[in-house]
Design a protein around this ligand. Structure first.
Ligand code: ADE
Length: 223
């Protein structure tokens, strides 16, 4: 898969993708990621890319010209153009899976008050939000999406099973609590059942704990 990110802060977008599992996936050629400076497509000599809001209002908006030029330069056959914005559809594991099936993602990052709406109307296939809060910078959201997508690509995780068994892959259920050694730590013990070697009992315990944890932390998933 190839991913192009267009942003005012390429280093911010790439920093979380330059270490550990994602870096290894990039080095192995599983995902090719490049971040581009939006100002390179600026139309004026001061490399400006933003302007004030038509009709008044606080803040600045990214102008359409540089974003149109960037998409025209980077888009190819089969590209999915994504805009990171708090106004987008919620990013979920199912969306990550959907994007992991694409051959090329072109991710546009908003900044300031967002982007001129003609960009959304004419260029964007998918507006995506990573949550109900406002970040200073869409590059952070782009990195989150890239991480979640790249780790799903075949070969990105050493053990193929590990992305299949975790939370949200099973519909609507969080993962059960997990423990490692030591068996006793500061007076707190690993539950006996996990040390019993009794696989059907362990499975039943995990199921019960998963339901309990989901009820406590994500009651919305149980509705
Ligand atoms: N840009 C600013 N906040 C964002 C969010 N929550 N999701 C995606 N892009 C954003």
């Amino acid at each position: 898969m190839r991913i192009d990110i267009v942003t005012l802060f390429p280093d911010v977008a790439l920093a979380p993708l330059s270490d550990s599992i994602i870096q290894r996936a990039r080095a192995a050629g599983i995902a090719e990621v490049e971040a581009h400076q939006l100002r390179d497509w600026s139309e004026d000599k001061w490399r400006r890319v933003d302007d004030t809001l038509c009709g008044g209002g606080q803040g600045m908006l990214l102008q359409p010209g540089p974003l149109f030029a960037a998409v025209e330069a980077l888009k190819r056959e089969g590209t999915r153009v994504i805009l990171m914005t708090p106004q987008g559809r919620p990013f979920k594991q199912a969306v990550a899976r959907e994007l992991a099936a694409c051959s090329h993602l072109l991710i546009l990052c908003g900044h300031y008050e967002g982007v001129d709406h003609r960009v959304v109307e004419a260029l964007v296939d998918d507006e995506i939000s990573i949550g109900d809060y406002v970040l200073t910078n869409g590059a952070i959201a782009a990195a989150v999406v890239c991480d979640a997508v790249i780790r799903l690509l075949p070969g990105a995780l050493g053990d193929e099973r590990s992305s299949e068994e975790e939370s949200f892959m099973v519909p609507d259920r969080l993962e059960a609590p997990a423990y490692t050694r030591p068996v006793e730590f500061r007076g707190m013990k690993v539950p006996d059942v996990l040390l019993s070697g009794h696989h059907s009992k362990i499975r039943a315990w995990k199921e019960e704990m998963a339901v309990e944890r989901t009820r406590r932390n994500r009651p919305d998933l149980m509705e």
